[in-house]
Design a protein around this ligand. Structure first.
Ligand code: ADP
Ligand code: MG
Length: 375
């Protein structure tokens, strides 16, 4: 699937003072067939609008959409071969699960029309795939949220769509079920190999099951790639902050004479960076308690999380109210000043103006450590 320069503008409702909303802004992406792609971004960034453009419920102001080699931009939704699943299941309440799944097949016309037996066989096969074959006589009101969502997925899959679109399909489920269902979506997608676009605002959800993630902001793509690659190599501060729990820690910093400072602390050697103010991003797993470490924080509290502990501290140059580091449960923190060494591969520099990543060769030791001990 290929999306080229897609733009969608919603006119302002309030003629007096509101500006038009550019919900999707020159959005271009090419997906590999059989891929599970996560569209990820904060609420209002245009994810649903992209999905609605792909399925044809909305018409773009500019841009083209291709499935395989076919330009489908002008095709009505019913001719695009799309399966759609929404957050709120949208099942027909008066129909049984089986009748809900059969519904798209019963609407097939002309050459595509199936016999009753063929329809039943297809519906049963799809119900098995999503593991609701024992519940087919029940109406939606007699099914749990997770079961209803399985029926909705079966209904979307029964016509073997070219593209499956899932818009926040797990948002109505409780935390445990969400974990289970996201694995299910992965399993079903791998079984069917149907190219799937999965929309979520939950970065962990997208990171855990998608082949590719597309991070969006204000209708545009900030960065796309394999989840681990985007996490390990964020292109800008927004992407760095959007991915990861707990989120990345951000400090006001500067590079001076090849040394990276967070406030007064010379935390790393920074090769290849001209002197400048930067934002420093440090992932929570990038800290190690070290009595001689260069980053000096004030301990606030320690939260035990089973295998790990989260050390919450403060630092004068921290942009966030607190600095959150994850260390192994064996490390003991004492109250007062605590010192951290930082792992260079978990530290990123961003331009203060553009917030784009500043390439740097970061390393521990050298003049970085010495500066602190002098003070
Ligand atoms: P997301 O799914 O990422 O939360 P949406 O695609 O729903 O975001 O919305 C993107 C932007 O477009 C938002 O600012 C939203 O208010 C606006 N928008 C969405 N649909 C409409 C509409 N039908 N009319 C006007 N504005 C809309
Ligand atoms: Mg949405």
């Amino acid at each position: 699937m290929k999306i080229q320069n897609l733009t969608k503008i919603f006119p302002s409702r309030n003629k007096k003072n509101e500006a038009d909303v550019t919900a999707v802004d020159d959005f271009t992406i090419e997906l590999t067939d059989s891929e599970l792609v996560g569209l990820l971004g904060p609420s209002g960034c245009g994810k649903s609008t992209v999905l609605n453009l792909i399925c044809g419920l909305l018409t773009p102001d500019a841009g083209r959409i291709f499935f395989g080699g076919d330009d489908v931009t002008e095709l009505p939704p019913e001719d695009r071969g799309i399966g759609l699943v929404f957050q709120n299941y949208a099942l027909y309440p008066h129909l049984t699960a089986l009748q809900n799944i059969l519904f798209p097949l019963q609407n097939l016309k002309g050459a595509d029309k199936l016999s009753k037996e063929a329809m039943l066989a297809k519906a049963n096969e799809t119900a098995k795939l999503v593991q609701i074959d024992g519940l087919l006589d029940r109406k939606p009101g007699e099914l749990s949220g997770g079961q209803q969502q399985r029926v909705a997925i079966a209904r979307a899959l029964v016509k073997t769509p070219r593209v499956l679109l899932l818009d926040e399909p797990l948002s109505n489920l409780d935390a445990r079920l969400r974990l289970q269902m996201r694995e299910e979506i992965r399993r079903i997608q791998q079984r069917t190999r149907i190219t799937t676009v999965f929309v979520t605002h939950d970065q962990e959800e997208a990171m855990s099951i998608c082949d590719t993630i597309v991070v969006m902001r204000d209708g545009s793509i900030e960065q796309a790639g394999k989840p681990q690659d985007v996490y390990d190599s964020p292109a800008n501060l927004f992407v760095a902050q959007f991915l990861g729990t707990p989120p990345i820690n951000v400090f006001l910093g500067r590079v001076s004479g090849g040394v990276l400072y967070a406030g007064d602390d010379a935390i790393l050697t920074a090769g290849g960076v001209p002197d400048q103010d930067v934002y420093i991003g440090i992932r929570p797993e990038g800290f190690a308690l070290d009595g001689n470490g260069p980053l000096r924080c004030e301990l606030d509290r320690v939260e035990v999380m089973g295998r790990d502990v989260s050390i919450v501290s403060t630092h004068g140059a921290s942009v966030n109210a607190s600095v959150r580091s994850i260390v192994s449960a064996e490390s003991a923190a004492v109250f007062g000043e605590i010192r951290f060494a930082v792992r260079p591969d978990k530290v990123y520099l961003f331009d203060r103006e553009t917030e784009k990543r500043v390439p740097a060769e970061l390393s521990a030791g050298g003049r970085a450590g010495q500066n602190v001990r002098r003070m």
